[in-house]
Structures are given as C-alpha cells and as structure tokens.
Design a binder for this molecule. Structure first.
Ligand code: CP3
Length: 343
C-alpha cells in the first residue's frame, strides 16, 4: 500500500474503498489564482516559467493551499513533447500555442526524433522530484501527457483551431504518414511518462482534448489505438484517460488497460457507468456551473455526487477551470465534495 497520508485519489483510482469522494481539478494550477499571476509576472514567458523547476513547484503547490484539493498535478504543458521531438513551439500571450515550423511533409515527420526525456525533459522530472520532496508524502502527485492524437493535431495544425481541419485532412490524405507520426509521438510519450513515474509521479493522466472532432472510426484508428499502446506500456502506476467529447467511444474505452476514465459534463453519468462498468470514473462538473451562486453550486454538486455514488469516483470538472472563475467559488465546490456524506 502507498505511504502517502491522503491517498484517497489513489485508492479511488484502484476501485478501493474510500471514506469520502476525493477531488482535484483540471487546470487547478495557474489559471485562476492571483498568487500564480504574481509569480508568473517575474518571468518573460510561459516556457521560461515551466523550465524553472523551483517556480514549477510553487505553481503546483499553490492550489493545495488555496483550494484544499486531494492531489497535486505537476505544472507544465502537453506541448513539451513536440519540442522534445524537435518541433519548437511558442506560447503566445492570451492566444495560445504557435508552431513556427509546423509539420507539413513526409520529410518533416522523418526528421523528427524520438524524445529522450533524460536529456530534453529534465526540467519536468527535476520539478517532479522537487515537488515530491515538498509534498513529503502528504498527497499524491499527478503526472500527465497529451494523447498522441491531440499532440498530432497541434503539430500539423501549427496552432489551436476551431476545426483542426488541417490535422484531420492528414488522416484522410496521408494515413500512412499520419500513423508514422502518431507512432513517434506514442513512443516519445511512453518514455516521457515513465521518466515522470521514476521521478515520483503517483498517477498519470492522458489528455485527449481534441478527441471529439474525429468520426468514431477515425477515433479508433488514429487515437484510441495509440492510447491503448500507452496504457499497455505503463504498468507502474494508475492511469486516467480523459478524452473530451468522445462520448461515442466510451464502450471501447472500457477495454483500455487503465484504471480511470475522465468524463466531460455532456456525458450522462448513469449511462457512462453502464458503458464503463469496470473502471473508476472522474469528473464531470460543468466549469460554468461555478459561475452560479453557492446555493446552486451546492445543489448541483450533491446531485453529481449522488449520481456517481460513493465508490469508484474521483470528483473533478468536465474540463479545465476557466480563467475568470472566482477562486472562492472553486474552494466552495471542493468543500461541498469533501463534506458530503452518503446515506
Ligand atoms: O492542470 C494544471 O493545473 C496543470 C497545468 C497544465 C497546463 N496545461 C498549464 C498551462 C496542464 C495539465 C495543461 C494541459 C494542456 N495544455 C492541455 C490539455 C488540457 C486541456 O485543457 O484540454 C492542452 C490542450 C494544452 C495546450 C495549451 N497550453 C493551450 C491551448 C494553451 C493556451 C490557452 C490556455 O489554456 O491557457 C496553453 C497554455 C497554458 N498551459 C497556460 C497554462 C497555465 C497559460 C499560459 C500562461 O500562464 O502564460
């Protein structure tokens, strides 16, 4: 058994009994906390920030103190993988990621390397080791990576997009090289997650943020297949797979070699339990619900907790916090979950 003092998230992930439903929040670090913004101002840009392990530790621990969540998630980004493979990105203030030289040809894919985390991602693993020391076995630390399809989408599109039509075009026009790129990302991601686990990550989450823009057949062929490879390769710690908007893939996701499936707020809870009977579910409060009054937040949170039931649930949002949600409301949501008593 784990030696972590509050191991509710890890126990719930393994389907074991818990005294109460544990909670952490996607994008709990950074987005909403004034103390993060104050720290961030000392750095010229986001990338410099995440490459400074001491600063990463602070951003990772801030939500523990401010919100009282049951797990920390290492402060970083999913786009560190393309960079470690040789494709540089910029994080443009208030706009998001931009790749000056996106993937456009077969040769671009042939020229990418497999990430070597012990060389190019040491800034993440060092931050994980430092954070583990600071946590001193009080709470679990979550590591993460993007799903290969979501990383592929950014690498071929070159930026965020409403449709990711350039990324989806690749799948129809050049499936052979699409698979080559997805394979390289998958191999890099497995090495990366294993290095995070060696550094101390107690659970890892795979974010497939752009799962929902693929037709189901493409989702199986170009995304789930690679997520499955990652799940099969990671046997050291529990894995959570969060595929936003992939309601159509839930039955297939039940077959993944992972312990937890993340749900977004559009996925019906009872239906998800039927489709994924064997796993712990994570989610799925609509972050917009946190703009409402505390009265409404309480009522809706308790409704969510009842629908999931006492076991095999890790409370979370259905996607990340939005930057303008008040920290006080978020803290209230966390407290309602922590104080709820099942009959
Ligand atoms: O969850 C956490 O608190 C840990 C930190 C974290 C960040 N990004 C920090 C960040 C995590 C888990 C991510 C994951 C991530 N990054 C995803 C998957 C989750 C999701 O939201 O769907 C995606 C798609 C990205 C790519 C990305 N990074 C975008 C689109 C942007 C710009 C818009 C935005 O989300 O803010 C980023 C930048 C980014 N990543 C910031 C932070 C705190 C903002 C930059 C800044 O503070 O200057």
């Amino acid at each position: 058994m784990s030696t972590i003092k509050n191991d509710l998230v890890l126990r719930a992930a393994q389907g074991l009994e818990v005294e109460r439903t544990p909670i952490w929040l996607m994008r709990q670090a950074g987005r909403i906390l004034p103390e993060y913004r104050a720290l961030r101002e000392k750095f010229p840009d986001f990338k410099t920030y995440i490459k400074t392990p001491e600063a990463v530790v602070e951003a990772t621990l801030q939500p523990i103190k401010a919100l009282g969540v049951d797990a920390a998630i290492i402060f970083s980004d999913i786009l560190v993988i393309p960079e470690a493979m040789g494709l540089n990105y910029e994080m443009i203030e208030k706009k998001g990621p931009f790749f000056p030289k996106k993937i456009q040809t077969n040769a671009d894919i042939d020229n990418l390397s497999i990430a070597n985390p012990d060389e190019s991602l040491l800034y993440v693993t060092q931050a994980i080791s430092l954070t583990k020391k600071e946590l001193n076995n009080s709470l679990p630390l979550i590591g993460f990576a993007g799903a290969p399809w979501t990383i592929f989408a950014y690498m071929t599109e070159g930026s965020g997009s409403k449709t990711f039509s350039t990324a989806r075009k690749w799948l129809y026009c050049n499936p052979e090289y699409s698979h080559k790129l997805l394979d390289k990302i998958t191999t890099s991601t497995i090495l990366y997650l294993k290095s995070q686990i060696r550094a101390g990550a107690d659970l890892v989450q795979i974010f497939d943020s752009w799962a929902g823009i693929l037709p189901p057949s493409h989702y199986s062929e170009f995304s789930l297949k690679y997520i499955a490879k990652i799940c099969d390769a990671i046997t050291e710690v529990p894995i959570t797979v969060f595929a936003k908007d992939a309601y159509f893939a839930r039955a297939e996701m039940a077959k993944l070699n992972c312990q937890v499936i993340g749900l977004d707020w559009c996925m019906d809870i009872a239906e998800s339990r039927t489709l994924i009977p064997n796993k712990t579910l994570q989610g799925n409060f609509d972050p917009c619900n946190l703009y409402a009054s505390k009265e409404v937040i309480k009522k809706e949170t308790e409704k969510m907790l009842e629908s999931f039931g006492k076991s095999k649930h890790i409370a979370n949002l259905g996607h990340g916090l939005y930057p303008d949600i008040e920290a006080d409301k978020v803290k209230y949501f966390v407290d309602v979950v922590k104080n709820y008593q099942f009959n």
